[in-house]
Design a protein around this ligand. Structure first.
Ligand code: HSE
Length: 456
């Protein structure tokens, strides 16, 4: 049997009379769901399948009152099972539902989701969203709106799927000064890189499988080009460093220029290749970037495979903390969304208003990428004749880039070219970019096949 609100409230102390009044008023918490795609469909299923246990957590039932869908969703078997009277394709009709306490947005993308979120918050609804793009671009504004209207805004599912991350950054780590975040936060690309590294699978078929498994974005270029990871890093860095990091502040490179030969050399040199989202903080600066990196194969992050995400946080009090789990897919994401719904419902029952926090402190500058200092892996296709290696090392030397090792592969006698792989000591990005430009103009350099930064 489902417990009634009164049984739960009776155990609370301190504000018994006030809560007692609410107890009489609140027999259920009404949910409005926007979107019935991969995430929204699973959230609806969990809310219904786990209704009893969720009601136990909240103290009264969570009742799905309205679902805003696209015309095409109405034909889905799930829509028919749930009862078509719940559904509307009209946003005005959705927002007119009087018994809706919490709006769950699982539409994704910037618009119309942003408009709906503002409408929900300014209409006094608590909001749960899985929308990383909207939070990354408009988090400060939306959290301010939530505070203004005294309601909660929760976005646990926006980063890392089912891994608790937003709550730790907003609550559990607040006593820390966070110095670094090193994160694998895109499941699709990690799945692709893992299959390329382990099985030699080609890029296209690994991506196709990731799409079939529901990991990839509607537009998979957002995954592959690193854009999805920049949204997530913008959210984490903003929360961690208390400054507004916008996606466009983040240097972003995707994985499409990686080749099976890079994986072969990485292995030979003792590295794994990962798409890392990196954020670091100094006294007056922050550094934010997303790009493929060589990381030592014995490091924890190198062992994170498949759709799994891992977020390593370095902070002054807690030291190093690693968050690890499934970062994409319907089930893990619905876990985070439903947890947020329960938390919002508990706040409503307890008479709580806004707990929204997006603290902003002035004065931090985003360090330009040109000032980055790191080691590099460089793979070149060069003419196979005397003096070429000397020309290449002269260009690097002119830019104060010191070589730590060189591998030369057997020459191709037909094209009379050879492949050389150079690992450098730490060098400045500005110098490396200029050196790459000069190398590209040498007649003996046929192709700059790849360069990858090393994060050790
Ligand atoms: N496309 C995203 C990923 C889904 O692959 O990580 C979760 O945000």
């Amino acid at each position: 049997m489902m417990r009634k609100c009164s049984g739960q409230f009776g155990t609370l102390s301190g504000a018994r009379i006030k809560l007692g009044v609410k107890e009489l008023k609140k027999q259920s918490i009404g949910i409005g769901l926007m979107g019935l795609g991969v995430v929204g469909g699973e959230v609806a299923r969990v809310l219904m399948d786990k209704a009893e246990v969720l009601a136990e957590q909240v103290g009264c039932p969570l009742v799905l009152r309205k679902v805003k869908v696209l015309e095409s969703d109405l034909a889905k078997p799930q829509a028919k099972e749930m009862g078509l009277q719940l559904f509307t394709t009209d946003a005005d009709e959705f927002f007119a539902e009087p018994e809706m306490d919490i709006v769950v947005e699982a539409i994704g993308g910037e618009e119309p989701a942003l408009d709906y979120l503002k409408r929900a918050l300014s209409g006094g609804k608590h909001v749960v969203t899985s929308n990383k793009e909207v939070i990354a671009k408009h988090g400060a504004e939306l959290f301010a709106l939530a505070q203004q209207y005294g309601v909660g805004l929760r976005c646990e599912a926006s980063v890392g799927g089912g891994i608790p991350l937003i709550a730790p950054f907003q609550q559990d780590l607040v006593a820390n000064k966070i110095s670094g975040i090193y994160a694998i936060i895109n499941g699709t690309t990690n799945y692709i890189l893992t299959r390329m590294a382990r099985e030699g699978t080609d890029f296209a078929s690994a991506l196709k499988r990731a799409q079939e498994l529901g990991y990839a974005e509607a537009n998979p270029e957002d995954d592959v080009d690193g854009i999805d990871a920049t949204y997530k890093l913008a959210i984490l860095a903003s929360l961690a460093f208390h400054c507004q990091v916008q996606p466009q502040d983040i240097h972003c490179e995707g994985i499409s220029r990686l080749d099976s030969r890079d994986f072969k050399y990485a292995r030979e040199l003792g590295f794994a290749i990962k798409l890392l989202a990196i954020a670091k903080q100094g006294d007056s600066w922050i550094e934010v970037r997303v790009h493929p990196v060589f990381i030592p194969e014995e490091s924890l992050l190198a062992k994170v495979d498949g759709v799994y995400n891992a977020i390593l946080v370095e902070a002054d009090l807690v030291g190093k903390v690693l968050f690890y789990g499934e970062g994409a897919g319907a089930l893990p994401t619905s876990s985070a969304v439903v947890a947020d719904v329960v938390s919002a419902a508990q706040d409503i029952i307890a008479g709580g208003g806004s707990r929204a926090r997006w603290r902003l402190e002035p004065g931090k500058i985003i360090k330009p990428m040109s000032e980055l200092e790191t080691r590099y892996y460089l793979r070149l296709n060069v003419a196979d004749r005397p003096g070429v290696l000397a020309q290449v090392s002269k260009v690097l030397g002119d830019h104060l880039i010191s070589i730590s090792s060189v591998i030369q592969q057997a020459a191709d006698s037909v094209s009379q070219t050879a492949e050389i792989v150079i690992m450098t000591h730490p060098a400045q990005e500005r110098e490396m970019q200029q050196a790459l430009d000069e190398l590209g103009h040498l007649a003996s350099v046929k192709q700059i096949c790849n360069f990858i930064r090393v994060e050790a």
